[in-house]
Design a protein around this ligand. Sequence first.
Ligand code: ZN
Ligand code: ZN
Ligand code: ZN
Ligand code: ZN
Length: 320
Amino acid sequence: MAKHYIALCAFAAVVAVGDIAVADTLILANGTKIEGKVKDGGDVWVVRSAAGIVSRIPKHEVAGVKYSESMFDQFEKKWRELSVSDRSGDADAWYRLGMFAKKNSLVAEAKRAFKRTLELNVNHADAREALAAYEPRGSGKGGRVGLTWQDTNTRKKQPPVTRRERPAGSGLKFKNWVTCPKCNGTKYEVWLTCHQCDQSPRPGYLFFGNYVTICNRCMGKGKYPGFRCRYCGGHGKIDADNPPKPRERHVPGGYQLCMKCQGTGVETWIPCPQCSRSPWEGLLDMGEYVLLCNRCGGKGKLPGIRCADCKGHGIVPEKR
Ligand SMILES: [Zn+2]
Ligand SMILES: [Zn+2]
Ligand SMILES: [Zn+2]
Ligand SMILES: [Zn+2]
C-alpha cells in the first residue's frame, strides 16, 4: 500500500513539473496497444498505466515495444521549459524537477536540479537533504553543496611529497617541489576567455531573466584551459633542484658541443611564419582552442642560416 502511494506521488510530481503525459506503448501480437510505463520483467513485460494499473504480459504475446522519449530527454525538456517559464525563479519548481530526476534514477540531473533549487533558495531544506543523500557517507555535511568541479578535483589530489614527509632511508630521490614559474601552478600556460559568459555582468555566471546560473562551459571561472604547460608538463610544480630542461644531445667521444650555436647547428633563426602572429610562442590561436604549431613544432622559430663553425652538425672536434 505504501509503495503504491509513493508511486502515485511520483506520478503527481511528473504531471506537476511537465504537464505532459508520456507513455510507452506495448503492441501485442493481435494488434492491441497498451499504453503506460513499460518495464522488462524477465519473461514478461510489466506495464503500469497512468491510472496505476499494472499488467504483466508474457513476452511471446508481444509484437513490440515503442518507448516514449527517454527519461533523460524528458528531464532536459522540462529543464528547458522551466528555465524560460515564469516559474524559473521558483525554487520549489526546481525541487520538483529534481525529484522527478531522482525517481527516474537520473543522478547527475537530480543533483543539478537540487543545486539550482539551492541557488534560488539557500535554505531549501528538502533540496539540501536530497542532495546530501547523494554524497558518500561520512564525507558529507552538506558543505560540498555548490562546489565546482575544480574544487572537488583539487580536494582529492594528494599534496606532492616534500623533503620532510619522506621517510628517512627510503632510498627515493628527494624532490624539492616548487610552483611552476611558467604557468604559476595553474598547469596550463594558456587560458582562454569563456565566450559563453564573458559578456555577462559577472563573468563565470549566466543571467537568465530573474535567475543566475553558473556557466556550464567554464564552471564559474570565466576562462577555461587552452594549452597544457609545456615547462612543467602540466604538473603545476617543478623540482627546484632539477628543473626541466630540453633534452641534451648526445656528443660522441672526441667531440664537443659547438659553442657558437649551442649545439643547435643553426646560427640565425627566422620567426615561424605560421605562428608568429599568435599571442603565444609556438602555439596557434584557433579561437575556441589552441594547437601546437606544426610548422615549427612549438619552437616559434625556424632554422635560417646554418652554423658556419660546425656546418650545422651542432658538434665540433674537441680542442686540445
Ligand atoms: Zn607549468
Ligand atoms: Zn563561462
Ligand atoms: Zn655550430
Ligand atoms: Zn610555428
